[in-house]
Write a new protein. Sequence first.
Length: 284
Amino acid sequence: MSSPTPPTGPPATTGALMFAEEPRDGVRAYMVVNANPLTGERDRNFDLIEKPVVVENLRGQEDLYTLDNSGFQLGHQPAVHQAFANDEDIAKEYYPESVELLKEVTGASRIVIFDHTIRRRRPGQLDSDPSKRQPVAQTHIDQTPKASIARVHLHLPPSEAPALLQRRFQIINLWRPIDHPAVDWPLALCDYRSIDAKNDVFPVARISKDREGETFRVKYNPNQKWKYFYGVTPEEYILIKCFDSLQDESVALYTPHTGFEDPATPPGAPFRESIELRALVFYD
C-alpha cells in the first residue's frame, strides 16, 4: 500500500516566534527545568520577545536542505513501532529501528539514544507535568558545546568517552509526528547559513533537581531564514542537528528551532502529536 502524499501547503506563512534577550550586566542566564505546578511557568532570568517572522515552506525543495548545509533535513521512512503508548515499549522497539535509520542516513558507526519526549498539544493544559509535554514555543538549540561533551561523559562508560571525544561526533534529534500529519503547530527551523553564529545565540544554564545542563537560546535577527515543511506525516521524519564537533566552518553546527502556531492551519485540524529522540552520533 502506498504512503499518503504529504499536503503541499502555502509557499510561506508568517508565524509569531518567541526569541530571547540576554540578561543585563553579563549575568549568566538560567532556567529552572521544573515548572510551577500552578502556573506551568519556569523560573528564569532572561526576557522573551515575540516577533512576526516569515517562515518559508520547503515542500518541493526537500533535497536542498541537509544536516551538513542547513543543519536539518527531512526524510521518508515509516516507523515499524507506531503505538508510542509507553516509554518501555518505545525504548525496546522504536529506539533500535531509529538507531539503524540514523546510521543509514548519516553514515555514523555508533548511535546512542539518550532520551525521548512525546508532545501532545492540548490547549489550556499546563506544561508542568513531564508526562504531558506541549510543543516548545521558544526558539532554542537543545545543547551547547559544553553540554554536548558532558552528554558523552554522562551516557558512555569512562573507559570509552575520552577516545570517542577524539573523533567527530554530533547530537541529532529525530522528530516524527504521531498518528496524523503535523499541520497544527509545525516545527520552524532556522537555516544555519543565515545565522550569525557568534551573536545570535547565548548559553542558558538548565537547572534540574539532579543535574545542570546548558542550552542555547536564540536572539532575533532579521537576517535569519526560517523554514518549515508543511504537514509532515508520520511516515516522514525530520533530523535536527544540535551539535557537531567538526568546527572548521565546513558544515552547519546546529539548528535553532521551535514549534509555532501556523495561521495557515485549517480549522478543525487535529492537534499536533509528535515524538523526538535525542541521539549521540559517533563516527570512525
